[in-house]
Design a protein around this ligand. Structure first.
Ligand code: FNR
Length: 335
């Protein structure tokens, strides 16, 4: 059998896909379990899909949750991006592609990302890079993909565990240069370790407007990278992240516009995130594993079920629209 030559970066991305599957635990307990919403016994509302309609960066979407950054750069990544884009189109939700930094040193991988634009010509796409991605690459990606926004991922824990990872975590100036050079909203995004108040304030003071808190409680890249690491001797960093609910409560104290992600398991977690003030909610591994198990049709069914159920929950908790969620009462027990 002819074996295809695959670069180190593409191989790493395929390993992430495989290990995300190995590490996935359906309905894993997390910080959302400790957040209780007060439900009115007499909601005086009606269930309607209109209640969850939203606009994001100029796009009208059927739901405030989106498929968050997963992959690209390999053949498998290309197949997944095409399928995710078709699902996003049919369900009218946004899709964030995985990091496209690989395009800077392997230009042929561009097609593993542009396939998503071809599959959904008018849909809302976000692209994802790291603070060191060259500006020329970012501009090429913007021209080819016409994204609504740019995610820059910050992932110090992951980099430290990777033997080949970045050892220079001075990212703020690099991100400011990117932000000032592009004509798009820039979202600074973690990858499952959350944000602390000091870092959020630093972003705010330096003119950033958007963050994706990407807290812990779902995919744990400390586990994934430790598994890939020779000797597997940094397992003590597993679980080091700031839980998503705590990161959201912290973001509430700032003037940033924030997205929720990290360990979103079901429509109730989406609702709770919105109650905590998130403007939209990203899901990665739950959707990836549905695609792995039940294919594109299975994922589309899950997404449309979530839309129906979220509309039900908005009414159940006494809301007529997403704005009403911000007024709901909640109670959080610190563990
Ligand atoms: C990711 N994630 C991610 N994030 C990012 O900013 N750029 C990336 O390229 C990737 N790649 C990636 C691959 C795979 C296989 C997974 C599962 C995840 C992180 C992702 O966007 C998200 O922040 C975390 O996974 C936490 O969310 P979930 O998975 O708990 O919903």
């Amino acid at each position: 059998m002819k074996s295809e030559k695959i670069s180190k970066s593409a191989h790493r991305k395929d390993e992430h896909l495989a290990l995300a599957k190995a590490s996935y635990q359906a309905n894993q307990a997390n910080s959302f379990d400790d957040l209780r919403l007060t439900r009115p016994t007499l909601p005086e509302t009606v269930v309607t899909p209109d209640s969850i309609r939203t606009t994001m960066f100029g796009h009208t979407l059927s739901a405030p949750f989106f498929i968050n950054a997963i992959t690209g750069g390999s053949n498998k990544g290309q197949e997944i991006n095409a399928a995710l884009a078709r699902v996003a189109k049919k369900a009218n939700i946004a899709l964030a592609l995985g990091s496209a930094n690989i395009v800077a040193h392997e230009p042929a991988t561009l097609k593993t990302f542009t396939i998503a634009r071809a599959a959904n010509p008018d849909g809302m796409l976000l692209i994802n890079v790291n603070p060191g991605t060259p500006l020329a690459t970012i501009k090429l990606l913007i021209n080819e993909l016409r994204p609504a926004a740019l995610q820059i991922h910050v992932n110090a824990v992951q980099e430290l565990i990777m033997p080949e990872g970045d050892r220079d975590f001075q990212w703020l100036n690099k991100m400011m240069q990117i932000r000032d050079a592009v004509d798009l909203p820039v979202i600074v995004k973690e990858v499952g370790f959350g944000f602390d108040v000091k870092s959020l304030r630093l972003l705010e003071q330096n003119g950033f407007n958007y963050v994706d808190v990407a807290g812990s409680g779902g995919t744990d890249f400390a586990w994934i990278e430790n598994f890939r690491r020779p000797g597997r001797d940094m397992d003590y960093l597993e679980g080091i992240g700031i839980p998503t609910v705590e990161a959201l409560l912290t973001a509430r104290q700032t003037n940033l516009t924030y997205f929720a992600s990290g360990g979103i398991r079901n429509p109730l977690d989406v609702l709770k995130s919105m109650v905590l003030g998130a403007s939209a909610v990203g899901i990665s591994n739950r959707f990836l594993q549905e695609y792995n198990q039940n294919g594109e049709a299975g994922l589309l069914k899950l997404v449309t079920n979530w839309q129906d159920q979220l509309a039900g929950l908005v009414a159940l908790f006494g809301g007529n629209d997403l704005a009403d969620l911000k007024k709901m009462q909640f109670d959080y027990r610190l563990r």
